[in-house]
Design a protein around this ligand. Structure first.
Ligand code: GLN
Length: 380
């Protein structure tokens, strides 16, 4: 028997590789993005309560209605934008399933999808699985800003979708209002769908404002907003996220979603719905994580790593070009094995594995973990 891969170039995701290596070598794991502290007990109690009060069978396909109402209220409060809970919001098995299903719904053989590199590692394989052609635009460190004229040149009749991500993983940069206006102008009078990955919407620093596509009426009409509860409520293993889009787009999404997962874990949805009744449960996140970023950076300011402060997400890039010219994957592995600290090498997210000599560190960690990590980084 001979079996062939639909993704011959794809290896195991770097997140599993580096977390596995960290575990094997008992290293401090600042690689894969997840907190090393527990979710609020109030929330876990609410999920348990939901389990004990009968929320154990299928939720509606779009998701638990109370949760969709809570999401729509949140979006109204933060962005003054309206999505109908009945037809325009769907709860998904994490943001990754939303992304997968959106691409699967719309991308056909030969369609082009514009992605900005460094890009989160699920986008392009998912496009390819559906016969689509990723059109990658490489952004340059340390600013990772987008040359919208170049984007304009790449847009053509075959362009089906543009994938954007702000706050941006892995670079920690954010889109400005002008970026969004450029995106809006480029897609105007086209059928292009915008997939806007906004899973870090509540982690944005130094007084900046998150630029959601839903703030821009012309963009909102053609966009899916993808969001995550796992990031916001510190429980990445729960795999609950959601997406929002106008009714016509969401109707098409639902044709696929119904056969993909049908619905996601019901008691968790009910618990989160109850928890979201208090907006302070998600509104305080930026200052919580900004303090962690600032602590981490103040602790390593005397090290040989160079950095620009992360503007959003819970990731900080560190440039190690002053230390060694090793390939970043090799250096990240060596730091894990020899020094006991794990990070993510950036080149895996870049076009042709371009190596900027930069590693990504997750600062969603207890202060004590950040102190121990900094002690190591200061010796390198
Ligand atoms: N989003 C997380 C990160 O960037 C990892 C997700 C995953 O492990 N699949 O680190």
């Amino acid at each position: 028997m001979q079996y062939t891969s639909k993704l011959p170039d794809v290896k195991t995701t770097i997140f599993s590789v580096m977390s596995g290596l960290a575990k094997a070598h008992d290293a401090i794991n600042l690689s894969q993005g997840f907190p090393d502290f527990e979710s609020d007990k109030t929330l876990t109690d609410l999920v348990c309560k939901a389990m004990h009060s009968g929320y154990n069978h299928y939720a509606p396909m779009y998701g638990n209605l109370e949760l969709r109402l809570a999401i729509s209220k949140k979006i109204e409060l933060l962005y003054n934008a309206s999505y109908l809970p009945e037809h325009e919001i769907t709860v998904t098995a994490g943001a990754t399933q939303a992304i997968f299903t959106i691409i699967n719904t719309f991308v056909k053989s030969g369609d082009e999808v514009i992605v900005f590199k460094p890009a989160y590692d699920s986008y392009e394989p998912t496009v390819k699985l559906n016969g689509g052609l990723p059109v990658a635009i490489q952004l340059e460190a340390p600013h990772f800003s987008i040359d919208w004229n170049l984007v304009r040149q790449k847009v053509c009749r075959r362009t089906k979708m543009i994938i954007v991500n702000t706050p941006h993983n892995p670079s920690g940069t954010v889109f400005s209002k002008d970026d969004m206006l450029q995106l809006q102008a480029i897609t105007k009078n086209t059928d292009i769908i915008v997939l806007s990955d906004e899973v870090y919407e509540h982690m944005i620093y130094d007084g900046e404002k998150h630029q959601s596509v839903c703030l821009f009426p012309e963009l909102k009409k053609r966009s899916f907003v993808v969001a995550s509860f796992c990031k916001t409520f510190h429980n990445t293993g729960w795999r609950v996220g959601y997406c929002c889009a106008p009714k016509d787009l969401m109707g098409l999404f639902m044709q696929v979603h119904q056969f993909n997962v049908f619905c996601v874990h019901h008691p968790t949805q009910k618990g989160i719905a109850d928890y979201m009744q208090e907006p302070e449960h998600y509104l305080g996140l930026s200052s919580f994580y900004q303090d962690k970023r600032d602590l981490f950076l103040s602790l390593i300011k005397g090290s040989r790593f160079k950095f620009k402060k992360s503007k959003g997400t819970y990731f900080q890039l560190l440039d190690y070009s002053g230390i060694t010219d090793e390939y970043d994957v090799d250096f990240a592995k060596r730091l894990t094995v020899e020094f006991g600290i794990a990070s993510i090498p950036m080149s895996v997210f870049n076009l042709n594995n371009l190596d900027h000599k930069v590693l990504r560190f997750c600062f969603a960690k207890k202060d004590d973990t950040l102190r121990r990590a900094a002690d190591i980084l200061n010796t390198i």
